[in-house]
Design a protein around this ligand. Structure first.
Ligand SMILES: [Zn+2]
Length: 497
């Protein structure tokens, strides 16, 4: 008799659980299907609009875009976890306003002694320096290779040339490959700021930096005027001096020896800018607290940079980089907040400022965390997630117990090709907010898109919403919603670390 009653109760229990599991699945599926590419594209469109002027971190327009994102989080009842009960975590972020594209010319004498003035065109042939001083400079040109002075490595690009009062032509990057055995010793010389400061110390008055894109991740020097050019323009200038630009560059790499020299002709660079050295920027931080007392202290962080590269003479909308990642996260955050199935663990959303200025927002966050680091399960970064037909978990293969929830979500609901790679140690200059977390001891991976279907206009005026694939953004947001919920509710997941 007792056995029968027990069996009956057991049966009821199983039936109840099956029923509630089924209704959970229905609820999740409902929320999943409420995610639409229309909303996602609207967010990306709004972020990319002229109103926010390219979201240059530190600028008033960036702060406006941060306010807009925060207003959406508030609308969806996602709690603020910034400073003083707000969504905003502020940090210092000097920036330079570039009023127009300025000009870049190369002036030389041809074989017949005739003066030629070659005016380069923006944005095809040059970009204005986003931390250039204001003014016009004109001077003789000196090529300084990578612009590195590293006595401990026996390497000095300035050893044989005098650049005082001159305009230099300088490479970005390093003369060694990423897999060089001593790469770690070289990394400090990879920073644009280092190269700029070193050029100033050697007395250059300005430069043409071979790195043709908008880039605010540089240092400002009031007296210095500079611009970015491409390799084609360098070719052009070298030609006049009877030099082969590609061969010169190759020789530096091959011999790991500087190859610096004066060039024929002069350059003229004009810039109109204003520097704001005391400006502040912010991260936008929202928090969904887990509902299970046993698990809610454990936190999953999801981040994407909100800032882009501004409007240096033309709007750089920053749609793929990175309105796409922000729109994906906003959508997943809304879904998770409105999901009838609540997460047991907590989820922290960070929309970073200052990424393009040198990872300022993520660096500030890891130094001033809002939840204890030891409680964080992982940090998931999204950067340029909106062009292609496939999905990827970069670095995700190193954390299979976490990423299996993303794999399962894709297998069961999304059905895209999905790739997971192993995390690599950061040996070079960190280039993403995720790398900042990795370097600070967090488990971190990135959600990305693969199999590009449109050209990528990186830091370029054409990075607008036409450069996006809304369908893959919808699926990335869906993947994020299901993956986050899966990790948050996995009671079998070994407690953090
Ligand atoms: Zn980016």
């Amino acid at each position: 008799m007792f056995k029968k009653i027990f069996l009956f109760i057991f049966f009821l229990f199983v039936a109840y659980n099956l029923k509630s599991q089924e209704s959970d699945l229905n609820h999740v599926s409902e929320t999943f299907h409420s995610i639409s590419s229309h909303d996602i594209l609207d967010y990306a469109k709004n972020l990319s609009s002229p109103e926010f002027k390219g979201r240059l971190s530190g600028s008033p327009e960036f702060l406006k875009s941060a306010q807009w994102v925060a207003s959406k989080l508030e609308e969806w009842n996602i709690n603020p976890l910034g400073d003083n009960g707000s969504y905003f975590q502020y940090f210092d972020n000097p920036y330079t306003e570039v009023f127009n594209s300025g000009s870049v010319s190369y002036i030389y004498k041809n074989q017949n002694g005739k003066k030629i003035v070659k005016d380069y065109r923006f944005p095809d042939e040059y970009f204005p320096g986003q931390n250039s001083g204001s003014g016009t400079i004109e001077s003789a040109l000196v090529y300084v290779g990578y612009g590195i002075t590293a006595p401990e490595l026996g390497y000095d690009d300035y050893a044989t040339v005098d650049v005082k009062g001159k305009i230099i032509i300088m490479e970005s990057g390093l003369p060694v490959a990423k897999n060089h055995p001593e790469i770690e010793k070289w990394v400090p010389y990879d920073y644009h700021q280092y190269k700029f400061n070193n050029a100033v110390e050697h007395g250059a008055i300005g430069w043409l930096y071979i790195n043709k894109l908008a880039n605010p991740n540089t240092s400002y020097h009031e007296e210095i005027v500079y611009a970015h050019i491409g390799e084609e323009e360098a070719n052009d200038i070298f030609d006049v001096s009877g030099k082969d630009y590609q061969k010169v560059k190759e020789s530096i790499h091959k011999n790991l020896k500087p190859n610096s020299f004066a060039l024929q002709g002069k350059a003229k660079i004009k810039a109109e800018t204003k520097h704001y050295k005391n400006s502040k920027s912010c991260n936008v931080i929202g928090f969904i607290e887990g509902v299970d007392p046993e698990f809610k202290d454990e936190v999953i962080i999801v981040g994407a940079h909100l800032d882009a590269v501004g409007n240096p003479g033309k709007l750089l909308p920053g749609a793929l980089d990175n309105a796409s990642g922000v729109a994906d996260i906003m959508t997943a955050a809304k879904a998770l907040a409105q999901s009838e199935v609540k997460p047991k663990r907590s989820v922290l959303f960070i929309l970073f400022g200052g990424e393009e200025c040198g990872l300022l927002g993520s660096t500030y966050y890891v130094n001033h965390p809002k939840v204890p680091k030891e409680n964080v399960i992982c940090m998931i970064n999204l950067d340029m997630v909106g062009n292609g037909t496939g999905l990827a978990l970069w670095g995700g293969a190193s954390f299979p117990e976490i990423t299996k929830h993303f794999m399962e979500a894709n297998d069961n609901y999304i059905h895209r090709s999905m790739h997971a790679s192993k995390a690599r140690p950061v040996t070079t200059r960190p280039r993403t907010d995720g790398a900042v977390f990795t370097m600070n001891g967090y488990q971190s991976f990135a959600v990305g898109t693969t199999n590009r279907v449109k050209p990528v206009y990186y830091h370029h005026p054409l990075d607008n919403v036409d450069a996006l694939t809304p369908e893959i953004m919808e699926d990335a947001a869906k993947l994020l919603y299901l993956g986050l919920l899966g990790v948050a509710n996995d009671v079998g997941l070994k407690s953090v670390r």
